[in-house]
Design a protein around this ligand. Structure first.
Ligand code: URA
Length: 205
């Protein structure tokens, strides 16, 4: 799918007025990231998947969900009978937040102020794609989509929520599923993600 260009003329006269995502300085995360990673997918996708932030591989590649979490996402889509190429896939936060751990870059959860700063870009994506259904992958995505920090995964898991004229389906984040140590519990978490994707598909007109 084609990347949606975020047009300079769309820039709003508020805060630091970044003209393009690449130039965004709305928070500090750009300083230690390789590049900003915007969403990708059909311009009028009916379903938008929102993750947390690019991971190590996404930061280097410049594309969302291309690393281990992306591989799991591919498997979830396949099991749910959803073609990933029909989805618009993005993240709540567009820069990779990390801390050094030896030679590795360890993911850090974005702060609420960073989620809020980046809602500017998510709003643009929503305005352009106008999906019928948003699938929020994990808590950070859910906070960004609902525009509030007072929200838990638990209260929204397993059912669809109507928000600003569209459906929001909440599922686990794929990286969480990958980290579940117990085999049976991990399979159950995977199955729950598949159910969420099926629910999203079932909500389409
Ligand atoms: N995790 C996310 O939330 N998004 C990505 O793009 C990759 C990993």
């Amino acid at each position: 799918g084609a990347t949606i260009p975020i047009a300079p003329e769309d820039a709003q006269p508020e805060r630091q007025q970044p003209s393009t995502l690449e130039d965004c300085r709305r928070c500090e995360l750009w300083q230690h990231a390789t590049q900003a990673v915007g969403g990708e997918g059909p311009r009028r996708a009916k379903i938008m998947l929102v993750g947390e932030q690019p991971g190590d591989q996404e930061d280097l590649a410049g594309h969302p969900f291309v690393g281990p979490a992306g591989n799991l996402l591919d498997k979830v889509c396949e099991a749910a009978g959803v073609d990933r190429r029909t989805l618009y896939v993005t993240n709540a936060v567009k820069h990779f937040k990390w801390e050094p751990r030896g030679k590795r870059r360890l993911h850090k959860t974005p702060a609420q102020r960073e989620i809020e700063a980046c809602e500017y870009w998510l709003e643009k994506e929503l305005a352009q794609v106008r999906p019928q259904v948003i699938v929020a992958l994990g808590t950070t995505a859910l906070k960004a989509v609902l525009g509030t920090s007072h929200v838990t995964l638990k209260e929204h898991m397993g059912h669809a929520l109507r928000h600003e004229g569209r459906w929001v389906v909440t599922v686990y984040h794929p990286s969480y599923v990958l980290r579940v140590p117990d085999d049976t519990a991990r399979k159950a978490a995977f199955a729950a993600m598949v159910e969420g994707m099926k629910m999203a598909k079932g909500l389409l007109d």
